[in-house]
Design a protein around this ligand. Structure first.
Ligand code: FES
Length: 126
């Protein structure tokens, strides 16, 4: 898909039934994954990459929220992040942010509108 075109992720209804989703992406030709979730009813997406030691937030556990549900939490060493801004709240990385990805909702469907982002189609083979 070309830059500038909408890239469908999922429906809002899909997100209401799960804590979060991941989607394989490339961003500026670098492969990775995106976290997509609802927080206080609003959709958010970030590159699934903790700045501490460059791991996906869900690398050790299939979860990206802490037990309170108020913060994102990296499962590797437990650093926490504000779900609305991606800002790290833990002292070592205080003030650094997860990379936010732009979203748009059209008729209940979420799309990536981030430039230089390609959504990788899941084949079910991996
Ligand atoms: S790699 Fe995320 S907290 Fe250390």
């Amino acid at each position: 898909m070309q830059d500038g075109k909408l890239k469908a992720i999922c429906s809002l209804e899909d997100l209401r039934t799960v804590s979060y989703l991941t989607r394989r992406i490339t961003l500026k030709n670098r492969p990775g994954s995106a976290l997509v979730f609802l927080f206080e009813g609003q959709p958010y997406s970030y590159v699934n990459h903790c700045m501490h030691m460059h791991r996906p937030l869900n690398c050790e556990r299939d979860a990206v929220f802490d037990e309170t549900g108020k913060y994102l939490r990296c499962s590797m060493h437990g650093f926490i992040f504000d779900p609305k801004t991606g800002e790290c709240q833990s002292p070592v990385c205080l003030g650094q942010r997860l990379q936010a990805l732009r979203l748009e909702e059209v008729d209940g469907v979420l799309f990536f509108t981030e430039k230089h982002l390609t959504l990788i189609e899941e084949t079910g083979d991996d």
